[in-house]
Design a protein around this ligand. Structure first.
Ligand code: KMH
Ligand code: ZN
Length: 273
């Protein structure tokens, strides 16, 4: 089985210090959390950034400073900025970090309810537009799919030439509005992508570690972090993203799955580097 790629989603756009005081906002806090995750075994940092007061931003300069700070402490880590940003942002606002030419970025493959009255909007034309820009800049998209229909959308756009292979999916499961995070849901998602595609799973909240464990067994990859879950165990807040990554590493070791370095992750994902 391929080595395990661990992605750390250290910050997110919606989670706040009220949920867990260790959620990073400042450049220093973001670099600290990235380093903790990297040292624990993460090879990819999925990155959102904030203003110092915690409000989410997709500002290119803020991304530049945060990415430089991460790079200083984590020499070879893959930095994967979000193009999802936060609910309500415009397309141009969301796209800003790709102009820093990261190796990877997220590409959200459909619209979904996002709790309450929130809608995370990704029309077909938006997805095509983002995919085209990323292709032009040579950025590997991580195809974020929150439901099975979004896999089908990604496959259609791949067939039409908008999204280049090798395809790499991120099954985001357990969002209030997307597919749930039961074992049968993960089996269904994993069986719905082409055999030569790779996948990682993001379990939201209580689904995080059970789905991570399934992915380790099934040959998929794993994302954990404060963006998705702030607890290390039931009712106990995680001290850092590093603690969440350490838990995945422990489970993987018990199950006999080795952890990929960033360069090994590049090879598995077909990133030139
Ligand atoms: N914050 C969510 C609305 C992504 O990073 O591409 C979108 C999100 C997805 O987090
Ligand atoms: Zn994100």
């Amino acid at each position: 089985m391929e080595k395990l790629i661990i992605t750390a989603a250290i910050c997110g756009a919606e989670v706040t210090k009220k949920h867990n005081p260790n959620v990073p906002y400042t450049v220093e806090e973001i670099a600290r959390e990235a380093e903790a995750a990297y040292k624990a075994g993460a090879s990819i940092i999925h990155l959102h950034v904030r203003n110092d007061d915690g409000t989410p931003t997709q500002d290119k300069e803020r991304f530049r400073v945060c990415m430089e700070a991460i790079r200083e402490r984590c020499k070879d880590v893959i930095i994967q900025p979000s193009t999802g940003g936060a609910v309500g942002m415009t397309n141009e606002e969301r796209l800003q970090p790709i102009y820093l030419k990261p190796e990877m970025a997220t590409l959200d493959c459909g619209t979904l309810n996002f709790g309450g009255d929130d809608i995370f909007v990704n029309t077909e034309n938006t997805i095509i537009y983002f995919a085209k820009r990323m292709k032009e800049l040579g950025i590997k998209p991580e195809l974020e799919v929150f439901d099975k229909g979004m896999i089908d959308m990604a496959l259609r756009l791949h067939k039409k030439g908008f999204i280049e292979g090798p395809l790499h999916f991120n099954f985001v499961m357990g969002v209030n509005g997307g597919i749930s995070g039961e074992p049968r849901d993960l089996l269904f998602m994993a069986e719905s992508i082409p055999k030569d595609a790779t996948w990682t799973v993001t379990g939201i909240g209580r689904y995080e570690m059970p789905l991570a464990t399934m992915a380790i067994i099934m040959g998929g990859h794993v994302r954990v972090g404060f963006e998705d879950n702030v607890y290390i165990s039931k009712g106990v807040l995680a001290k850092s993203n590093g603690e969440l990554v350490e838990k995945v590493v422990r489970i993987a070791k018990e199950l006999g799955r080795e952890i990929a370095t960033p360069d090994e992750a590049r090879k598995i994902l077909g990133i030139k580097g």
